[in-house]
Design a protein around this ligand. Sequence first.
Ligand SMILES: NC(=O)C1=CN([C@@H]2O[C@H](COP(=O)(O)OP(=O)(O)OC[C@H]3O[C@@H](n4cnc5c(N)ncnc54)[C@H](O)[C@@H]3O)[C@@H](O)[C@H]2O)[C@H](O)CC1
Ligand SMILES: [K+]
Length: 494
Amino acid sequence: MITGERMAAVDANAAALGVPRAQLMESSGNAVARVAREVAPDGGSIAVVAGRGNNGGDGFVAARFLGGTGGSDVVADGDGAPAVDVETILLGRAERIGTDIARRNWDALVAGDADVREVTDSSAFSLPDADVVVDAMLGTGISGDLREPIATAADAMAASDATVVSVDVPSGFDASDPHSNANPVDADHVVTFHDEKPGLDALEADIRVVDIGIPAAAERFVGPGDLGLARPSARTGRAYVIGGGPYTGAPALASQAALRSGMELSFVAAPDRVADEIQGYAEDLIVQPYAGDRLTTDQVPDLVETAERYDDVVVLGPGLGSAEESLAAAREFLESYTGPAVVDAEALSVVPGLGTDATLVCTPNRRELARLGGPETDDLRAAADEIESFAADLGHVVLAKGEDDVITDGERTRISRVGVPGMAVGGTGDLLAGIAAGLLEHADPFEAACGAAYVNGRAGEVLAERWGAGDGLGITASDLLTEIPGVLWGESSD
Ligand SMILES: NC(=O)C1=CN([C@@H]2O[C@H](COP(=O)(O)OP(=O)(O)OC[C@H]3O[C@@H](n4cnc5c(N)ncnc54)[C@H](O)[C@@H]3O)[C@@H](O)[C@H]2O)[C@H](O)CC1
Ligand SMILES: [K+]
């Protein structure tokens, strides 16, 4: 099962893997043509009714396959099967076709002398008296109720005796919100691509899921599409880093990374002994000192109150150390806090068996993962199934950091293989925690964790390449900070 939104992400990942959407459209249209031909009577007629988006583009490809090279004339196809009579109706003006790939396929139909016409006004629309109607008006790009001239065409399909073959989803059907479906086309057959879409199974139609050649890696490995799902679209949110004491660099890096990932403000709650030191690293941070050398349970009520009052995204752990009383404080904090938090470093040790209403993204490295009861391995990718079970038991999203990262919520698991070997340097994990906090402000925890792994790794790749630094063996975590915005907002996700 895949939502329209996730489908678009997988599609973008496929393009990054060298399988562009135009190629997928070719497979989609071909599959539709096969089904339309199969359900049409010998020598029958097929009308393709297409919209101006990529769903229409699939329809144009289908029309090309159905028409063969001889345009609309009745010709035999390559297998010797009797050909069909094909007519294509574009709902709208050809100049207003919305995507390049759909337009190229329209142009190819026109150039191939196919039987095509444009209908710009609902009053000019009449459904041809065809045996089969291919509904290529709207797919996963739908928003709101059906507008004209599609609404009229959908009514005409409902009133006709033709067999209706819908492309991907019946037009008007919203795969991102199956409950909102007011009046979708009443399809007899639905040729849906790659995977079942939510809600299709409730329709009284024959649903065919067809493989359109999306590589499995487009789902398995995080790519630009995952970035698109997690990218913040507004500068909002407060990061609240609870860390520091024995160490000072880690909370400073995490909180700066959160700012670089779109947060509006970044606070660090730290012992007063080290507050000035942390502030000294970066004037952009707001350091909130509390009395003492390290975190203790005395501070917990204030920390919880602040984080809840300002709807903060918490990062708990960077530089906190492993003193007994600090870990007790981390535990108490998570027992009463109810918002989103990234849990990193020593604070991770309190998560197994914890009762919490907070939404956690846990970011262990290989050693921390093993200590928590996860698999003990240098090859996280090979242990992805075990890490998935571990996350299911833990009940929280796990982003296990290694040469390849494994991101899992216990049901879904993705791998991040972006990054350069030089990123094994200390501090990159703190960056990752800060980026995850920035993305967690807007995205769901699993998508935020996937996006953060991708952004962190890409920042390393981009910097190493710009410096001509090969594997990036000399880069440091603080070098990577300024690369984050360029990766997050400068790289295309489709
Ligand atoms: N991997 C894939 O996902 C592939 C999908 N393919 C096909 O592409 C469509 C999705 O295409 P997209 O261009 O994003 O959107 P649509 O064609 O569905 O619609 C956009 C089009 O419709 C107009 N519009 C939106 N809402 C309405 C409305 N309520 N009433 C009227 N018109 C509306 C909007 O203005 C645009 O013009 C997917 O379903 C697949 O069929 C690729 O072919 C292959 C890969
Ligand atoms: K459709």
